[in-house]
Design a protein around this ligand. Structure first.
Ligand code: AQP
Length: 387
C-alpha cells in the first residue's frame, strides 16, 4: 500500500516507535470497509469535505461514478469544497486555451451533476494562492523516499522519468496542501487516489510531530459507491482515464447518444454468457476469481449496477445466462438516460462562459477567506515573519 499510513514517523521521516505519534488529531485511523459508516456517528460540524478533479481531459464516467456523484450526495449534510485542480493539470504540458476551456468544462460538470455553488464552494485551484504556499512547506516536510514510492508518478513518467516535470514528482505534496489548507477531514475520491491520501495523512502527521503541534487533522478517504474503479471499455485491466489516447476506452460526460451506443457496442467483452449469482460475494462484490477471469464482464455489469443504483446481485440475477448483445443495449439506455441530460447542460453552460466564470470567481473568494487564517497559522508555526 505504498506509504502505509500505519507507521509512525519521526522528524527525519524514519519509522518511530513512539506510540504517542501513532494517532494524530482528528478521526482515528480505521480500516473499515465502508468509509461512510463512521460518518453517520459524527456531527456534520466535525466534517469538512474537500475534493478535486483535474481539467486535463474529458470528464468521463469514471470521474462521475467514482467522484462527482459522491460530491453531490455529500453536500446535503456537510461543509463541502470542490476544486478544479488546474495546477495539477500542468504537471503534464497543457495548451493554455484548452486548459481554460477544460477548467470551465469541469466546473460545468460539477454544476450539471447537481453541486449547488451556493451551498458548496466551487473554484479553480490557481485562484487561491494558499494552496501553493502550503505546498512549499510540505515540499520541505515530505521525504523523497515517500515520493519515490508513488505509483502514479511511476505510471505517468513511464520510461522517460528523467524528462518528467518536477511538478509531476511533487504533485502529491500539492494535493496534500489542497486538502489540508482547509483542514478538511474527509476526501471523496476513486480508488486510484488511495495512495495519495495515505501520503497526505503521513505529511499531516509529520508536520504535527516536527513542530510539536496538533494542527492538521488526519484525513479519511471516502471511497464509496458501487463503482470506485471504473475500467477502460477497451481493456478491463486498465483504469478508465481521461489521459487514455483512445477515446473509445471511455464514455465522456458530453458524448451524445449515438457515440455512447457505439462505444458500448464495441466495448471489449468475451464469448461466454453472462454469469449466475454465484459470482457475487456475500458483501455484494464480484468474487476475485470472476474479476480476474472476466474483467470486462465484471466492469460492464458494475457500471450498469452503479448507473441504475441497483445491487450487483440483482443485476446478475436479471441477466443470468443472457448474451452481451441484450445487456449492452440495456447498458446504453441507462448510460444515455443518466448522462445525456448532464452532458447537454454542460455544453450549454460552456457555450456561455459568464455564469461558470462567476461561480469560479465567487468560489475562489470564499475559499481564500477559509484558507487564509490557516496558512497564517502555518506560517507562525513554521517561523515565517508576517506583518
Ligand atoms: N476510472 C475511474 N474510476 C473511478 N474513479 C475515477 N476517478 C478517475 N478515474 C476514475 C476519480 O475521479 C477523480 C478525479 O480524477 P483525476 O482528476 O485524476 O482524473 P483522471 O481521469 O484519473 O485523470 P487522468 O489524468 O487520466 O488520471 P491518471 O493520472 O489516473 O491517468 C478522482 O477522485 C479519481 O479517483
Amino acid at each position: 500500500m505504498g506509504m502505509g499510513g500505519r507507521r509512525n514517523l519521526d522528524r527525519s521521516g524514519q519509522p518511530s516507535d513512539n506510540p504517542d505519534a501513532r494517532d494524530g488529531p482528528g478521526p482515528r485511523r480505521s480500516r473499515r470497509r465502508d468509509p461512510v459508516h463512521h460518518l453517520r456517528f459524527l456531527h456534520p460540524a466535525m466534517k469538512r469535505i474537500f475534493s478535486g478533479v483535474q481539467p486535463s481531459g474529458n470528464l468521463h464516467l469514471g470521474n462521475y461514478l467514482g467522484a462527482i456523484r459522491n460530491f453531490v450526495a455529500l453536500q446535503a449534510d456537510f461543509d463541502c469544497i470542490y476544486c478544479v485542480v488546474d495546477q495539477h493539470a500542468i504537471t503534464l504540458w497543457q495548451d493554455p486555451a484548452v486548459l481554460r476551456q477544460r477548467t470551465r468544462e469541469v466546473t460545468a460538470g460539477y454544476l450539471a451533476a447537481g453541486i449547488d455553488p451556493k451551498t458548496s464552494i466551487i473554484f479553480n485551484q490557481s485562484q487561491v494562492a494558499a494552496h501553493s504556499q502550503l505546498a512549499w512547506v510540505f515540499n520541505c516536510v515530505t521525504r523523497i523516499g515517500w515520493l519515490n514510492r508513488m505509483t502514479q508518478f511511476k505510471d505517468k513518467a513511464g520510461k522517460n522519468r528523467e524528462k518528467a516535470s518536477s511538478g509531476l514528482y511533487v504533485y502529491p505534496n500539492l494535493m496534500a496542501a489542497d486538502i489540508l489548507v482547509y483542514k478538511a477531514t474527509h476526501v471523496p475520491v476513486g480508488e486510484d487516489q488511495k495512495q495519495h491520501l495515505e501520503l497526505t495523512r503521513d505529511i499531516a502527521q509529520k508536520f504535527n510531530n516536527d513542530y510539536g503541534v496538533e494542527f492538521f487533522p488526519i484525513v479519511e478517504p471516502l471511497i464509496q459507491g458501487a463503482a470506485t474503479r471504473v475500467m477502460s471499455l477497451r481493456d478491463g485491466a486498465k483504469k478508465m482515464s481521461s489521459s487514455d489516447p483512445s477515446d473509445a476506452a471511455r464514455i465522456n460526460m458530453t458524448d451524445d447518444a449515438d457515440t455512447v451506443a457505439k462505444k458500448v457496442r464495441r466495448a471489449t467483452s468475451d464469448s461466454e454468457l453472462l454469469p449466475d449469482p454465484s459470482v457475487v460475494t456475500g458483501e455484494g462484490q464480484f468474487t476475485a476469481a470472476f474479476r480476474e477471469a472476466r474483467p470486462e464482464a465484471a466492469n460492464l455489469m458494475t457500471i450498469f449496477a452503479a448507473l441504475t443504483d441497483r445491487s450487483l446481485a440483482e443485476v446478475v440475477a436479471d441477466y443470468e445466462g443472457k448474451g452481451f448483445a441484450d445487456f449492452k443495449k440495456a447498458l446504453t439506455d441507462v448510460a444515455v438516460a443518466r448522462l445525456g441530460p448532464m452532458g447537454e447542460e454542460m455544453k450549454r453552460m460552456v457555450s456561455d462562459t459568464g455564469y461558470v466564470d462567476q461561480v469560479l470567481h465567487d468560489g475562489a473568494e470564499r475559499a481564500a477567506a477559509r484558507a487564509q487564517p490557516i496558512i497564517d497559522e502555518v506560517y507562525d508555526i513554521v517561523g515565517f515573519l508576517r506583518h
